[in-house]
Design a protein around this ligand. Structure first.
Ligand code: MG
Length: 185
């Protein structure tokens, strides 16, 4: 069986946050405060945050998000090396269809499966179910939790919400990520 690599979607495979932040600025007339950005929160009010996300998908803005630089080439290379690629995202199951559509548009035929576990869902259950050899995410808590069940994990990207996190496996961009995967998988 090919080794499975589990990858987060937003801000790991695709460049979500700038698009989402522009959308919020257009809606609210201002960008979110810096303390929220550092925590990847969209609003001090959870209901408003949920409403913003719902509107983001309802307006189809999610379908404009681009792949992160190097991600498409990187995924092609990993597939050619024999890895099975699976998206494990905190997006809600109700946006599974547009999520699949965007992943297929940007990474055609490259992903074996997409798991939408929800904002309060457990990525570890999906990682265990997939039998993930390695997990890549830009959010420190997910990376830390994966290691607790013995899945090696890489903290990806240079993001306000993962600055200063002490983790042995870090990759700031996709070139560095491919090198880290070659070392760990
Ligand atoms: Mg992410």
């Amino acid at each position: 069986m090919p080794a499975a690599l589990a990858l987060d979607l937003d801000d790991t495979l695709i460049d979500t946050f700038p698009v989402l932040h522009d959308f919020i600025e257009a809606r609210l007339g201002a960008r979110g405060p810096g303390d929220l950005l550092a925590a990847y929160e969209l609003s001090h009010d959870p209901e408003q945050a949920d409403a913003l996300i719902d509107a983001f998908f309802a307006d189809g803005v999610d379908q404009t998000i681009a792949a992160r630089p190097g991600a498409l080439e990187g995924c092609r290379l990993l597939r050619a090396q024999g890895f099975e690629l699976v998206v494990v995202t905190s997006r809600k199951p109700k946006v599974a269809a547009p999520t699949l559509a965007r992943v297929e548009a940007l990474f055609p035929g490259l992903f074996a499966d997409i798991r939408c576990v929800g904002h309060s869902g457990d990525k570890n259950a999906a990682l265990a179910d997939i039998g993930a050899r390695l997990f890549i995410d830009d959010h420190f808590p997910h990376v830390q939790r994966a290691a607790e069940i013995g899945v090696a994990s890489i903290l990806f990207g240079d993001m306000p919400w993962n600055h200063g996190k002490d983790w042995p496996n870090r990759a700031l961009d996709w070139d560095a990520l491919l090198a880290a995967i070659a070392r760990l998988a």
